[in-house]
Design a protein around this ligand. Structure first.
Ligand code: UFG
Length: 331
């Protein structure tokens, strides 16, 4: 039986790929997005787009009028670690306020399944690497803290109202739809792989490597890059699990790559040099974030289809080559 889902932030990078996956299995999707960072052109054909803010009761009412919803999936949020160190109270307040308003509306409209886009930034100085779900939550940034608050709020929503939730902690979402329909287009772009690729293409100035004095083998930060299509697949499995219980999963490949390794891999994939210089550290960046995804592999049978960094970068490169202006039409 096809289901109808509400996806906030469905015009964004990870959200749009999940919308595509839901539509592909025959479900109906309503997207609520204020298009502050997302793009109307990223909302796959077949989904209904409601343009508006979660904090606007009228927009929320317009979205819920398309229900009843089998689930609410909440992607819309301020999501940059570095920005959150400069504007901590905006990050804490906005992410918490919008998340709580959405949880409350979901409960009021009888929704029983809620999926939260959570983050590796819950773990600021992890003691176990790869990081399992039982690692103590100790965010390294206000961004991570805001997601930790919402994970806690969802525990109360279940205790008091019976709302089941999946908190999916993405490590570094990257890549693009293997079919070339969607890709990554942030403005401004702050993420490593798109910046590396644009530097390789000569579309941006040389990349600045944020610090090479970290306690890692080559001195640059290590991250676990996970293909956005594999993240989308994990959401579909989590929705199944939510028919019986709430879940918390760390989502990554379990392999970390340093900034220098990402640059070297991108040079191999593109056949071009990536011009770069080394600058100071960026506040809030933990040296190493690598996920243990053993729990979701064992419990739900999730297995990434595109675990290789080469493939992740190749898909991102293919989309960028086909869409040098991203979702914006060239003038
Ligand atoms: N980096 C550079 N130069 C740049 C951009 C990034 O050296 O110009 C480095 C960063 O310092 C970091 C790594 O590349 O070490 C990855 O940085 P990103 O900005 O691509 O990603 P983050 O790890 O900061 O953050 C991302 C998401 C967060 C999420 C986090 C979880 O944006 O929402 O992954 O690991 F919380």
């Amino acid at each position: 039986m096809p289901e109808t889902h509400l996806v906030t932030g469905g015009a964004g990078f990870v959200g749009s790929h999940l919308v595509l996956a839901l539509l592909a299995r025959g479900d109906r999707v309503v997207v609520l997005d204020d298009l502050s960072t997302g793009h109307a052109a990223a909302v796959p054909e077949g989904a209904v787009l409601i343009t508006g803010r979660i904090g606007d009761p009228d927009a929320l009412a317009r979205a819920f009028a398309h229900g009843p919803f089998a689930s609410v999936l909440h992607f819309a949020a301020l999501s940059l670690v570095g920005d959150s160190m400069r504007e901590p109270y905006r990050y804490l307040a906005e992410n918490a306020k919008n998340g709580l308003a959405l949880i409350e509306a979901a409960v009021a409209h009888g929704v029983t399944r809620f999926v939260l886009s959570s983050t590796a930034a819950l773990f600021g100085a992890p003691t176990t690497i790869p990081i399992p779900e039982d690692e103590p939550i100790d965010p390294g940034s206000p961004y991570g803290e805001s997601k930790a608050w919402l994970e806690r709020a969802l525990i109360w929503a279940e205790r008091i109202h019976g709302l089941r939730s999946a908190c999916l902690r993405y490590f570094n979402a990257a890549g693009a739809d293997p079919g070339g329909r969607l890709g990554e287009d942030h403005r401004p772009e702050t993420h490593l792989i798109p910046l590396v690729l644009d530097a390789a293409a000569g579309r941006r100035p040389p990349l600045t490597v944020f610090g090479d004095d970290y306690p890692t083998p080559d001195g640059t930060c290590i991250r676990d890059y996970i293909h956005v299509a594999d993240l989308a697949e994990a959401h579909l499995l989590a929705l199944e699990a939510l028919t019986t219980r709430s879940v918390r999963y760390n989502l990554g490949n379990g392999t970390g790559y340093s900034v220098r390794e990402v640059i070297a891999t991108a040079e191999r994939v593109t056949g071009r040099r990536v011009p770069h210089t080394v600058g100071p550290r960026r506040a809030g960046d933990p040296p190493v974030l690598v996920a243990s995804s053993r729990r979701i592999r064992e419990e739900l049978g999730w297995a990434p289809r595109y675990p290789e960094l080469e493939t992740i970068i190749a898909h991102a490169w293919a989309w960028r080559q086909a869409h040098p202006d991203g979702y914006r039409q060239p003038r």
